[in-house]
Each structure stands twice: as structure tokens, then as C-alpha cells.
Design a protein around this ligand. Structure first.
Ligand SMILES: [Zn+2]
Length: 245
């Protein structure tokens, strides 16, 4: 059924190499990264906790994210969730409950797409982690107020302004996890400027939750201004702030 849908959308070929067949061929699947790294955006929003990401947002992974999010190719959910799960695992400790909080979609956008890709991806990542022995679960703690415009095309500063105060955690949702010490990890499919993740972190911290980290399936490579040409904020920070967790 899933692949039938993919056939309709993509003509039955791999999103990575266009080889006829499944939406992700074995060759492209085997080339996906198996570990996450800190992927600091540049500039980094003040106070952002460590953002962990498995892949750069390009090539096969970018095609996967777009096909899953925009074209609802559900067969790509599991491999993307695997990438997201490696990011969460970098923050989580076995034996300590870990709560995966998806970044909320803007009101209307989930309806327009017919699904909530980030929420679904986060749920699948929690399932994969449980299979690996983690006490993991997804909790949709955050709600978007909907006062934001589409982020595409906005720079880091404009995104931060656009998003400030845009998310909140309703009391009834917070009650679902009350009295249970846990690591809270903000989850999203892609980290770009970090503004969305930072706003989610702020909203959770406002209600007293400690956010242990950010996890995304992929992160864009952010290049610093020309003055320090060649430096890429991908992988551990080059100067200070090394986080060894
Ligand atoms: Zn392929």
C-alpha cells in the first residue's frame, strides 16, 4: 500500500538515485549515517542546547525529507526516523525515561499536507528506540499559536523574530508527563537556523522542563561569513563549547 502510493507520486523509483523500485533502494539506504554529531547552526541562537543530527541536509537525505514531508511517501518514514533516533540516542541514557517532543506544525499546515510529518517521524523514532531498550516515548507537548508566517526565505534573525513566543505547552498536556523525571528532547526533521528548535526549547523551559538536547534527522550546513571563509559549522564546534555527551 505504501509503495503503491510512492509509485503514484514518484513513478516507483529511489528518491536518491532514481533507480526503479522502492522509494529508497538498498544501496542508498546502506549509505545513510549511523551516528549523530553536534550540528551547531551559525550563528547559533543564544542558549540553544546541543543540536544532534545524523546527516547533512543534502543529496539522498534531502530528497527523503522532501518526499516524506511534501509528497507523503510514508515508506521513507522509518529510515528518516532511524536518523532522528540516533540523535535522540546521543542525548538519552538507558534506564532514564526519554521524552521526544516534536516541534509542532503550524495550524493549517498539517491539515493542508494531510499529515503531520514531524509528529509521525518522532513517534516512529520513539518506537525504534524502545526496540533498542530505551524507555522512550513521544509526547506532543507543544502547540503552535499560528501567528507565524512561513519560515522559508527568512534569515536567522527574521526567523527568530517570527517565532518568538509562537509555541506554548498547555497545562493538560504537561500533566501527561507530570511526576516522571525524564530527559526531554526536542525533535524535528531538519535543523536550519536553529530558531524553531530554540523556540520549542524556550516554551518547554517556561513550564519548568529541562531540555536535554535537540535531535533532528538532518541539518543544513551553515557557512560563516566570508571573513572566516571555509569554516563550516558541521560536526563538533571548532573552537570552544565542545560537548562530550
Ligand atoms: Zn537509490
Amino acid at each position: 500500500m505504501r509503495d503503491v502510493f510512492a509509485d503514484l507520486v514518484l513513478g516507483g523509483s529511489c528518491v536518491g538515485c532514481e533507480r526503479p523500485g522502492r522509494p529508497l533502494c538498498r544501496g542508498c539506504a546502506s549509505g545513510l549515517p549511523a551516528a549523530a554529531h553536534p550540528a551547531w547552526p551559525s550563528p547559533t541562537p543564544a542558549g540553544l542546547v546541543v543540536p544532534w543530527s545524523a546527516a547533512a541536509y543534502e543529496g539522498v537525505v534531502r530528497s527523503m525529507v522532501v518526499a516524506h514531508k511534501e509528497h507523503r511517501v510514508l515508506a521513507l518514514r522509518r529510515p528518516l526516523a532511524r536518523l532522528l533516533a540516533t540523535g535522540v540516542a546521543a542525548v538519552a541514557t538507558r534506564g532514564v525515561p526519554v521524552i521526544l517532543v516534536p516541534v509542532p506544525s503550524r495550524p493549517g499546515s498539517a491539515r493542508a499536507r494531510g499529515h503531520d510529518p514531524t509528529g509521525a517521524l518522532t513517534g516512529e523514532a520513539a518506537r525504534l528506540l524502545r526496540r533498542q531498550g530505551y524507555d522512550a516515548r513521544r509526547a506532543r507537548l507543544l502547540v503552535s499559536r499560528g501567528a507565524v508566517v512561513d519560515q522559508a526565505g527568512l534569515d536567522a534573525t527574521a526567523r527568530a523574530v517570527n517565532l518568538a513566543g509562537s509555541m506554548f505547552c498547555p497545562t493538560n498536556r504537561l500533566r501527561r508527563i507530570a511526576g516522571r523525571p525524564a530527559h526531554v528532547v526536542v525533535c524535528d526533521d531538519v535543523l536550519t537556523t536553529g530558531a524553531t528548535a530554540r523556540e520549542a526549547q524556550r516554551a518547554l523551559e517556561t513550564v519548568g522542563l529541562h531540555v536535554a538536547g535537540i535531535a533532528t534527522a538532518a541539518a543544513t550546513r551553515r557557512r560563516s561569513p566570508p571573513r572566516s571563509a571555509g569554516r563550516e559549522c558541521w560536526g563538533p564546534p571548532l573552537s570552544s563549547g565542545l560537548d562530550t555527551k
